[in-house]
Design a protein around this ligand. Structure first.
Ligand SMILES: Nc1ncnc2c1ncn2[C@@H]1O[C@H](COP(=O)(O)OP(=O)(O)OP(=O)(O)O)[C@@H](O)[C@H]1O
Ligand SMILES: [Mg+2]
Length: 245
């Protein structure tokens, strides 16, 4: 079972004049098992910085982050805001490129492409796909390395509302099929309610404002009244926090 343990995480950035700005200010977060956790917060509250530190791309100033899978270090996958496919490789070759373990990769690639509904497009090049299809490939690619922990940074934010709604359904389906420990960053509260077991609200200044447990049956439909009601409630709380900032 995978887990993410974040203790007293602090991140300071230094500007050219040597002045320090605190971007994350004492984050404590413990995630274990097949849990889908969303991090929501206004722009600049440190969401991307938090994911970058958890992934190891970025250093931390203080505190600790531990990623474990049983008694070993966890394998981590990262889905960025834009899909970052290699344009000179086909879809299938893009999935092949990220496999550390090549044995059985073809079946794995096909399985995850099928799960996002694009199993028939393996021979296409990224330029021959729509933006939404490219993002689905990006998600299939991340799942195909079968990471213990999956990090996603606003993967749908630059897509239109209809495409992102359908992608949310794809993501929920693929996650239900092959559950992972997920940290999903979004500024979209409604998206967070639809996808998450837990929502962590980051306040400006990089502190956790509150944590909300979401106990609704899956799969969830945006049109389901229980989902819509919780979305409205969380949105109202989010707006109160933003107004107070
Ligand atoms: N490399 C850097 N050097 C200095 N400051 C940085 C750097 N990267 C981010 N910051 C600052 O840290 C703060 C948090 O940035 P971050 O990108 O984590 O926010 P975010 O919550 O992801 O915002 P958004 O919703 O706009 O993506 C911002 O004030 C940003 O200007
Ligand atoms: Mg960001």
């Amino acid at each position: 079972m995978a887990s993410i343990e974040i203790d007293g995480l602090v991140k300071d950035y230094q500007n050219r004049q040597g002045k320090q700005t605190r971007v994350l200010d004492g984050i404590d977060l413990s995630i274990s098992g097949e849990t889908f956790v969303s991090i929501v917060g206004p722009s600049g509250s440190g969401k991307t910085t938090l994911l970058n530190i958890v992934s190891g791309i970025e250093s931390l100033s203080n505190g600790s982050v531990r990623l474990r899978a049983g008694d070993r270090d966890a394998k981590v996958g990262y889905v960025f805001q834009d899909p970052r496919l290699l344009p000179w490789r086909t879809v299938t070759q893009n999935l092949r490129f990220v496999q550390h373990d090549r044995s059985g990769w073809e079946q794995r690639a096909q399985h995850y492409l099928d799960l996002v509904g694009l199993g028939h497009l393996g021979d296409r090049y990224p330029a021959q796909l729509s933006g939404g299809q490219q993002q689905r490939i990006g998600i299939a690619r991340a799942f195909s390395v079968e990471p213990d922990i999956l990090l996603m940074d606003e993967p749908f934010s630059h897509l239109d509302a209809m495409t992102s709604r359908s992608l949310r359904e794809h993501l929920e389906r693929i996650w239900l099929e092959s559950r992972r420990t997920v940290m999903f960053v979004t500024h979209d509260v409604t998206e967070a309610v639809q996808l998450s077991d837990r929502i962590v609200v980051l306040a400006p200044g990089g502190r956790i404002h509150e944590t909300i447990e979401v106990d609704l049956p899956r799969p969830r439909r945006a049109s389901d009244p229980a989902v819509a009601m919780l979305q409205a409630e969380v949105l109202a709380r989010f707006e109160v926090m933003e107004a107070a900032a």
